[in-house]
Design a protein around this ligand. Structure first.
Ligand SMILES: [Zn+2]
Ligand SMILES: [Zn+2]
Ligand SMILES: [Zn+2]
Length: 140
């Protein structure tokens, strides 16, 4: 498996060295092995025999009971639930449309700008229009 190791060396710290997907806080939780290497939970669960893919050190702990590698987790994008408008939970991943936090931020920036422009245009129209109806009570 020499080819796998050489690919691992150039890959980013924030992605799983087995599937090359970015870690996240819901599905691809980075789990740290006793040897110090971290892989995503789904990959660890698929490993047979239970050995670290990098150094072949065997491990006994079930992957679901391993500690999350929080430094990797915080460095990577969290998963955002489009429906709940908050960080996605495991239930969200199953039932709601989810995307990365960064993508959600990028997408939200556009409508906000548009609505600001629209509000500005509405305000301009209002100011230049003739005396609004509610103003008659105060006018004469
Ligand atoms: Zn993986
Ligand atoms: Zn290892
Ligand atoms: Zn949700």
């Amino acid at each position: 498996m020499i080819c796998v190791v050489s690919v691992v060396l150039v890959s980013s710290q924030m992605e799983c060295s087995v599937c090359f997907e970015q870690f996240d806080s819901v599905v691809r939780r980075p789990k740290m092995l006793a040897c110090g290497h971290s892989f995503c939970l789904p990959c660890l669960q698929r490993l047979t025999p239970k050995r670290c893919p990098l150094d072949n050190k065997p491990f006994q702990t079930p992957p679901t009971e391993m500690v999350d590698n929080f430094s990797l987790l915080h460095a990577s994008n969290n998963v955002w639930c489009r429906q709940c408008k908050k960080d996605a939970t495991l239930a969200c991943v199953d039932e709601h449309p989810v995307c990365s936090r960064k993508r959600a931020r990028d997408e939200e920036a556009v409508p906000l700008l548009e609505s600001l422009q629209r509000a500005g245009a509405a305000l301009g129209k209002f100011a230049s229009s003739q005396t609004p109806e509610w103003a008659h009570d105060f006018g004469e």
